[in-house]
Ligand binder design. Structure first.
Ligand code: ADP
Ligand code: MG
Length: 265
């Protein structure tokens, strides 16, 4: 479980204070996907980076499973939190295997265990380990690189995943496939996920909760269905779109479809 309490960040630029994140409080329960949604510059990435302390909060607290993370050292913190950075961010000079095992190697796993883990993760995304582990990122397609970015974040078996626009850099068809693949992994592994997106359809499809941000403030945090049916104000209403009735109809997500599938007995 992740809890943010009155989390704020003020940047000082040329002597001027910019309030990038303004007293954000929210809870994401174990096994849930919470999507941060909002226009560019509204503070989504800054909020995410304060959770694993890539950015130091100006004030407020982050709790993981009830523990105030400000008391944890950064290595311990990042062992509990996988991170998928904006624009994939694979290291170009490392092989796919080296990329996937960056964090496990930092944590001192032995070679054999790292190799086994890399193979296991490649199977999860249906890329043949023998064929791909020794390649370099540039030798893979954009969609393949994006999937490597996701499994890299899973490598050290962290229970919490932070993802900054993880599927932004692929074409719509591949994106759909990678989203589905990710959703299945997330449900199977019961990860607690915060994902930044600027795509309302992605948020509806994947989110158990959607957090709508504007100018550093959290405006609304709700299940997609509630958000579409009862936006708190005109900004949220406009942001989620005019065709929200249609979107509600499309709100039959992978999970629901599986639950409602006629059972063969
Ligand atoms: P988003 O991810 O929602 O697009 P960000 O969290 O990156 O937004 O940025 C929120 C605000 O904080 C923006 O106004 C941005 O210009 C500002 N900001 C982000 N990082 C820095 C920084 N390192 N220094 C100064 N201002 C920053
Ligand atoms: Mg961002």
């Amino acid at each position: 479980m992740i809890e943010l309490k009155n989390l704020s960040k003020t940047f000082t630029v040329n002597g001027k204070d910019v309030k990038a994140v303004d007293a954000v409080s929210l809870t994401v329960n174990e096994g849930e996907i919470c999507v941060f949604l909002g226009p560019s510059g509204c503070g989504k990435s800054t909020t995410l980076k304060m959770i694993n302390r890539l950015i130091t909060p100006t004030s407020g607290q982050v709790f993981i499973n009830g523990e105030d993370t400000s008391a944890l050292d950064e290595v311990t913190l990042r062992r509990h939190i996988g991170y998928v950075i904006q624009q994939i961010g694979l290291f170009p000079n490392m092989t796919i295997e080296e990329n996937i095992t960056v964090v496990p190697r930092l944590l001192g796993w032995d070679k054999q265990k790292c190799h086994e883990r890399a193979r296991e993760l490649m199977h999860m995304i249906k890329l043949e380990p023998k064929q791909y582990l020794q390649r370099y990122p540039r030798e893979l397609s954009g969609g393949q690189q994006q999937r490597i970015g996701v499994i890299r974040a899973l490598a050290a078996e962290a229970p919490v995943l932070l993802m900054d626009e993880p599927f932004g850099a692929v074409d719509p068809i591949n994106r759909e496939m990678i989203q589905n693949e990710f959703f299945e992994m997330q449900r199977a592994l019961n990860k607690t996920v915060i994902m930044v997106s600027h795509d309302i359809d992605e948020a509806i499809k994947l989110g158990d909760k959607i957090a709508i941000f504007r100018a550093g403030k959290l405006l609304q945090l709700d299940h997609p269905d509630t958000l579409l049916a009862h936006p708190v104000d005109d900004f949220v209403s406009n942001f989620v779109g005019q065709d929200s009735t249609l979107k509600r109809l499309l709100l039959v997500r992978a999970e629901d479809a599986a639950d409602n599938a006629p059972s063969v007995s």
